[in-house]
Ligand binder design. Structure first.
Ligand code: ADP
Length: 408
């Protein structure tokens, strides 16, 4: 279910990001096109004011009582030494001060909260000629357009995120349905398989008593078959736990339990298996540790870790279990001297069906489910699991669960 939720969230952000990208592109293109078009109109106007034609008209009209051609605009002729020969407009000297264009050039000037667009060019034997127009209104319109587009982008982004969430929900619905069907199938199939497997196991137990009468070949075949049935039963049980966990049907019956007793019981029964394989199992369970949890599931958790410490150990290897309480936390460690886990695999081993070495795992009857169940049990107890491991040296799994004082 978590994966479905993550996929939905990812889809939503993906849709929202795409929409935002398109919006931004639209806003930038619109703003640039409009601002370019307005400003190039103004540039044309200001350049036109100092074109050859305009200047010759000015010269022609000079000295006569005339209407000035630049009445509403700014105009100045400056000599080569910087002296103003002719001017029209308040404060124009300050705005063109020090500007000596090499050819026809334009520039924008801010003056007393107003914005001007100037054109200037050199005039042979005279100096420089400048023209300017007030573009404050045009700039204001452009600023307003920018603000409107920005607000629209923000509003549309919100709308797009909402829409994306609805769309992602719709897109993911078939996936959820198929996942639900798959879960139901695993649940039903595991249930159906449990009964024949239990009958088979019971049958093998009965046959065990008759084993002595069988030939060596039959004995071997029976051992192989009974091993396979045990492996199948464990797989079916694991699958059932996962299917129940996914559908929220796995109920944890939590009560105050003596964890030290539970651990020492598990160690006692497990040491027989371990010692049978030439390995050793020691523990440090000095304190009496109590916590609130599901006894059956915590036992399953411990078995899963001990089973791995046994499966992935070396010949004559050692397993060490410790349990203590510190700072209102229960700390349980299971340490082995086995093959170890490479850093790049350490996070993945808690994923379902992940196995580091497929050939070795298959030979040992591993299916890559154990640690995902362990992680689920720990999560249900509000705990966490830490792993320290070195290839060729061994692994140490540390489980930290809230102690009794923390839960009350
Ligand atoms: P399984 O052991 O059934 O394959 P798990 O989920 O318990 O499934 O473990 C996943 C994988 O993590 C194993 O296949 C193994 O490669 C690796 N692994 C788990 N525990 C240990 C360990 N104590 N030492 C080395 N490798 C381990």
């Amino acid at each position: 279910m978590d994966m479905v939720r993550t996929t939905k969230r990812r889809l939503m952000w993906f849709f929202a990001f795409l929409t935002m990208l398109f919006l931004l592109f639209f806003v930038v293109v619109t703003y640039l096109t409009v601002s370019r078009s307005i400003m190039s109109d103004q540039e044309e106007k200001v350049v036109d004011m100092i074109s050859e034609e305009s200047l010759s008209r000015l010269i022609h009209e000079a000295g006569e009582p005339h209407e000035r051609p630049f009445d509403h605009n700014l105009f100045a002729v400056v000599g080569t030494s910087g002296n103003v020969l002719e001017k029209h407009g308040e404060g124009i000297e300050a705005m063109i001060d020090g500007w000596t264009p090499n050819m026809l050039e334009t520039k924008e000037v801010d003056q007393e909260n107003r914005e001007y667009l100037f054109a200037g060019k050199p005039v042979r034997d005279v100096g420089y000629v400048y023209s300017g127009i007030d573009v404050t209104e045009q700039k204001r319109v452009l600023n307003r357009l920018f603000m409107v587009l920005l607000i629209l982008t923000i509003l549309f982004t919100f709308a797009a995120t909402l829409l994306s969430s609805i769309m992602a929900g719709k897109a993911i619905r078939p996936v959820i349905k198929s996942a639900e069907r798959q879960r139901e199938f695993v649940n039903d199939a595991s249930h159906e398989l449990r009964t024949p497997l239990s009958i088979l196991s019971a049958g093998f137990e009965i046959l065990e008593e008759e084993k002595e009468r069988l030939s060596d070949f039959s004995k071997q075949t029976m051992d192989d078959l009974s091993g396979e049935v045990r492996r199948m039963s464990s797989l079916v049980n694991d699958l059932l736990v996962l299917a129940r966990a996914d559908s929220g049907k796995l109920v944890f019956e939590k009560k105050v339990i003596n964890l030290t007793n539970l651990v020492s019981r598990s160690i006692r029964s497990f040491s027989r298996i371990v010692e049978g394989d030439g390995m050793s199992l020691t523990s440090d369970l000095k304190e009496e540790v109590y916590l609130k949890g599901d006894e059956e599931r915590l036992q399953q958790l411990l078995y899963l870790l001990l089973d791995n410490a046994h499966k992935y150990n070396v010949q004559n290897g050692h397993i060490y279990v410790s349990l203590k309480e510190a700072n209102s936390e229960v700390i349980l460690t299971v340490e082995d001297e086995g093959i170890g886990i490479a850093p790049e695999h350490q996070e993945k081993i808690f994923e379902r069906f992940f196995r580091v070495d497929l050939s070795r795992s298959r030979a040992q009857g591993s299916n890559g489910i154990g640690l995902s169940i362990a992680a689920f049990i720990i999560e249900a107890h509000n705990g966490r699991i830490l792993l320290e491991s070195k290839v060729g040296q061994g692994s140490c799994f540390t489980i930290i669960l809230p102690g009794l004082s923390d839960q009350q």
